[in-house]
Design a protein around this ligand. Structure first.
Ligand SMILES: [Fe+2]
Ligand SMILES: [Fe+2]
Length: 231
């Protein structure tokens, strides 16, 4: 059961990341004036949607065998893409970044995605059906990385490989930051949930003791009701 819980958590986060990439790529597709670029972004978005679908399937398989108590923490709702920081409140990356930075972002994140799949591969086993599918996904991430690299080096050839390394380090730090932020949210949730429950219990107890007869208006002359009444 412990393994299922850690798998749920990893697949849940990965499905978010993949879906966010798909949406970002669609936004980029919509924003470009170049038909070639639009096709590239569109095909990339299609791959990312397929990756997200695969991780949601793996999530739902584990969710079915986990207890309801555990599984309900891993229900997906679209707003969590924003609250978990996978999509920024400020807008899509293509709108908030310079094109050069956007391509560098894709270049570095595709490589990071590929290396994070190594861990998932170890978790599910390389020779399983899921493992084989993850290996295919890893190849697709490398292809995305290669496409971004090609574009980057042909359009910004003055930039040196070490500058791309800086982008990569920046993104690695940012990804770690998001994990810390998420862990803090979970910690706060654990801390505040008993408080919310105690407040709800208190409110329920008070509501039960209230005399609701005062709320019955039938047959009452409202002009005769005290000005202190809550009616
Ligand atoms: Fe992906
Ligand atoms: Fe990708």
């Amino acid at each position: 059961m412990k393994k299922t819980k850690s798998e749920l958590s990893i697949f849940y986060e990965t499905a978010h990341a993949e879906l966010a990439s798909a949406i970002e790529m669609l936004a980029a597709c919509k924003g470009t004036n170049s038909p070639n670029q639009a096709l590239g972004y569109f095909m990339h978005a299609k791959d990312e949607y397929n990756h997200a679908k695969f991780f949601f399937n793996m999530l739902s398989k584990r969710g079915n065998i986990a207890s309801t108590e555990i599984a309900r923490d891993f229900r997906f709702t679209p707003p969590s893409l924003l609250t978990k920081g996978y999509i920024s409140h400020k807008g899509f990356l293509i709108d908030t970044m310079k094109l050069k930075n956007f391509i560098a972002f894709v270049y570095t994140n595709e490589l990071l995605a590929k290396s994070s799949f190594e861990n998932i591969l170890n978790l599910v086993g390389r020779s399983t059906e899921e493992g084989k599918k993850i290996s295919i996904i890893m190849k697709e991430e490398l292809r995305h990385h290669g496409m971004a690299k090609k574009y980057f080096l042909s359009h910004y050839s003055a930039l040196q490989p070490w500058q791309l390394m800086i982008y990569r380090t920046k993104e690695t730090i940012y990804n770690k930051g998001r994990k810390i932020y998420d862990a803090n949210l979970k910690f706060l949730d654990q801390l505040l949930t008993p408080l919310y429950r105690a407040m709800a219990f208190l409110a329920g107890t008070i509501a039960k003791k209230l005399n609701l007869n005062e709320f019955r208006r039938k047959g009452k002359n409202l002009m005769n009701i005290s000005s202190f009444s809550i009616l």
